[in-house]
Design a protein around this ligand. Structure first.
Ligand code: UD1
Ligand code: CA
Length: 457
């Protein structure tokens, strides 16, 4: 096997997206398109991956980080000009270079591997990954001669009526003999309808110098979809979503309605977990085994243990243990740590709060900026008063505490171990261990008083 290199074209603005966000950074199933491409390349045995950056260069760089080397294309003069920018890093290398567009997020490592292999077997100088499109509009077309050999690629905008009827398209992925690529690319002109230097023109240039050109047709068009606008973006999302849900099911996850379940590319879910419809699981979420999530729930960047149930609820940037019961209609906000066997029930909002093992806030509470020990019971309607209008303060509730219903814990405040707060209390001072604290007006009953009220008839 020869040395392998890769160039990812990602410098374009993506005008057709009509967006502030640079095209290759648009996410598909939660991950920017260009990251999908690079993640697939990383699975191959490639020595150098060079991403061509231009529009949004810094953002693309911070997205990909150390996954790639970079070459800057200062002006976007076309795909050939873009590839040429990798010259300083790659030009003198001996081997095969794959060129991929940063806007083809569905391309799989297996297909690129097959392309490399085909290229090497046919001893070609260039091999194009082609596909047959039911609607080839917008794509470059593969023009073949009578014997079926590739002559050239013609861009949609430059194609004749007859050429536009060709259904075989250029997917924008190619393998080149590396030195041949950089030699030929110098001869590409911008004499075409868009005034751009087209990388596909390298094919005709090599053909004219009698080099072997090969084509490898991918089995399904879907995988090579190029995303130029929001319509194609939604199409890519649909295809990727199906790919992800299928893989999750094959791994032993039950999806009640896969078409109505939205799981990001980097989510991990354990066996025998059941996901109900309308559930969105995003970011770097990990879910253990035997959980039940949904329906209609959102989980983003959470780490969840085993046997946990989350119903009709939201959870963000938090860790949630095993045997936890959340919802219905609970909201776990960022930086929360929900321990094992905890219950966060109906209409409870938790923010930046830690709950120890077995603690419960079962109904209608707000617990924010709090450290809750283990086996604590927080009664219905109780809240931590964490904000004084300027600063947030901490509420500490130690192990085995009982907070009676409808209590306010005005932070900063600590309720000591085993203490008992009477229902309806507004706690403004620390409560010692094992103490009973009652902080509410005393009840007065005035006998037979109702008859004396003036408004009473
Ligand atoms: C390109 C191909 C077309 C192919 C299609 C497949 C050319 C001229 N055409 O068309 O044959 O069918 O992809 O999806 O190559 N880019 C740069 N710098 C530039 C221009 C583009 O880095 O100066 C990058 C873009 O960011 C993008 C990629 O190259 O990721 C492709 O560019 P795009 O403008 O989307 O090309 P298409 O018109 O789709
Ligand atoms: Ca494109």
């Amino acid at each position: 096997m020869s040395n392998r290199y890769a160039i990812v074209l990602a410098a374009g603005q993506g005008t057709r997206m009509k967006s502030k966000l640079y095209k290759v950074l648009h996410p598909v199933c939660g991950k920017p398109m260009v990251q999908h491409v690079v993640d697939q390349l990383i699975n191959l045995d490639i020595k150098d991956i060079v991403t061509i950056i231009g529009h949004g260069a810094d953002l693309v760089k911070s997205q990909l980080g150390k996954d790639s080397a970079y070459a800057l294309q200062e002006e976007q003069l076309g795909t050939a000009h873009a590839a040429l920018q990798a010259k300083d890093i790659l030009a003198d290398k001996d081997g095969v270079t794959i060129v991929v567009c940063g806007d083809t997020p569905l391309i799989r490592a297996e297909t690129m591997e097959a392309l490399f292999n085909h290229h090497e077997e046919t001893k070609a100088k260039a091999t194009i990954l082609t596909a047959v499109a039911s609607d080839p509009t917008g794509y470059g077309r593969i023009v073949r001669n009578e014997s079926g050999l590739v002559e050239k690629i013609v861009e949609h905008k430059d194609a004749t009526e007859a050429e536009r009827t060709i259904a075989e398209i250029n997917t924008g992925t190619y393998c080149f003999d590396n030195e041949t690529l950089f030699a030929a690319i110098q001869n590409v002109s911008n004499n075409n309808s868009q005034g751009e230097y087209y990388l596909p023109d390298v094919i005709e240039i090599l053909k004219n110098s009698n080099e072997v050109i090969s084509a490898y047709q991918s089995e399904e068009f879907e995988e090579t979809l190029g995303v130029n606008d929001r319509v194609a973006l939604a199409e890519a999302e649909r295809i990727m979503r199906k790919r992800i849900t299928t893989a999750q099911m094959r791994n032993g996850v039950t999806l009640i309605d896969p078409a109505n379940t939205y799981i990001d590319a980097d989510v991990t879910i354990g066996q025998d977990t059941i996901i109900y419809p309308g559930t969105i699981i995003s970011g770097l979420t990990t879910i253990g085994t035997d959980c039940q999530i949904g329906p209609n729930s959102e989980i983003n960047n959470c780490e969840i243990g085993n046997n946990t149930v989350i119903r009709q609820s939201l959870a963000y940037d938090s860790s949630i243990g095993s045997e936890v019961n959340i919802g219905p209609f609970a909201h776990i906000r960022p930086q929360s740590e929900i321990g094992d066997e905890v219950k966060i029930g109906n209409f409870v909002e938790v923010k930046k709060a830690a709950f120890g093992r077995g603690s419960k806030a079962s109904h209608l509470s707000y617990i924010g900026d709090a450290e809750v020990g283990s086996n604590v019971n927080i009664g219905c309607g109780s809240i931590t008063v964490n904000y004084d209008g300027h600063n947030k303060h901490l509420t500490k509730i130690e192990d085995n505490v009982f907070i009676g219903c409808n209590s306010n814990l005005v932070a900063p405040v600590t309720v000591g171990k085993g203490a008992y707060v009477a229902a309806g209390s507004t706690i403004t001072k620390d409560v010692p261990e094992e103490a009973l604290s009652i902080a509410r007006a005393r009840q007065i009953n005035k006998d037979q008083y109702v008859g004396k009220l003036k408004f009473k008839k």
